[in-house]
Ligand binder design. Structure first.
Ligand SMILES: Nc1ncnc2c1ncn2[C@@H]1O[C@H](COP(=O)(O)OP(=O)(O)O)[C@@H](O)[C@H]1O
Ligand SMILES: [Mg+2]
Length: 249
């Protein structure tokens, strides 16, 4: 589904990703762990096509097409979802409006018909229930005044509605209390753990991986993947820290 080869990316004048390679097949959940400043968010942004994150070398293929050749909205319409470490607030735009616009513009880009108001509300209710999100929150302005946990939960409702094939989730666990972590974890499983979908989960901690069990765990350090293993690698990181493992690699 996603094949990253020798990716180099710079932010400002600094090279952050220095030859990162990673392959994700449909049906798989991959976790990326690594110390602060390792380039985890940079990887997510480079894949999402965020301005300011310049890819200087390497290739990324997404379902057989050249991802780096696509605009961010084309990447989204092609089925890529990017969950932000710090979700943005959009005053004056209700969540429901925002979600309906996003979904229908993606559908339009794929040549699919827009959902009617009624169809959309039905879908939104179903996904909100899955994430234990009150419908009242969906009527409020996007993320305005939401707690950290509510923002993340909201983002997962958004993911449920957009129904991507590949979700790249950047520290979705940050700011979540234990209950919210469980709800978000089971939401990710319900929405994304399917044979035709895949997830790249960026996280610092083992906790989320107890809820969403990864097939592979990668350690990102110095702008590259320095080690890959199974779920036991996350446990080892938790016990021994990044430094020991990055140095041994
Ligand atoms: N917009 C930016 N301007 C300048 N430096 C940045 C910017 N974004 C990230 N960096 C730098 O790039 C490095 C990697 O950051 P990031 O990808 O956010 O790491 P991580 O998500 O692994 O903690 C850090 O040294 C950070 O300071
Ligand atoms: Mg980050």
């Amino acid at each position: 589904m996603l094949k990253i080869e020798n990716l180099h990316a710079t932010v400002g004048d600094t090279e952050i990703l220095k030859g990162l390679s990673l392959e994700i097949q449909a049906g798989e959940i991959h976790a990326i762990m690594g110390p602060n400043g390792a380039g985890k968010s940079t990887l997510a942004y480079a894949l999402g096509g965020r301005p300011g994150y310049e890819v200087t070398a390497g290739s990324v293929s997404f379902n057989g097409t050249d991802l780096l050749d696509m605009d961010p909205h084309e990447r989204a319409a092609a089925g890529m979802f990017l969950g932000f470490q710090y979700p943005v607030e959009i005053p004056g735009v209700s969540n429901l409006q925002f979600l309906r616009e996003s979904l229908n513009s993606q559908r339009g880009e794929r040549g699919e018909e827009a959902l009617s108001g009624g169809e959309f509300i039905k879908l939104a209710k179903e996904k909100a229930a899955l994430l234990k999100m009150d419908m009242d929150m969906l009527k409020r302005a996007v993320n305005v005044g939401f707690s950290g946990g509510e923002k993340k939960r909201n983002e997962m409702v958004q993911m449920g509605i957009l129904d991507p094939t590949l979700a790249i989730l950047d520290e979705t666990d940050s700011g979540l209390d234990i209950d919210a972590l469980r709800t978000v974890g089971s939401g990710i499983n319900a929405i994304m753990r399917q044979p035709d979908k895949a997830v790249l989960l960026i996280t610092h901690y083992q906790r989320l991986l107890d809820e969403v069990q990864p097939d592979y765990v990668h350690v990102l350090a110095g702008g590259r993947i320095v080690k890959t293993g199974g779920p036991e690698l996350a446990q080892q990181l938790e016990n021994e820290g990044y430094e020991a493992i990055a140095e041994a690699a």
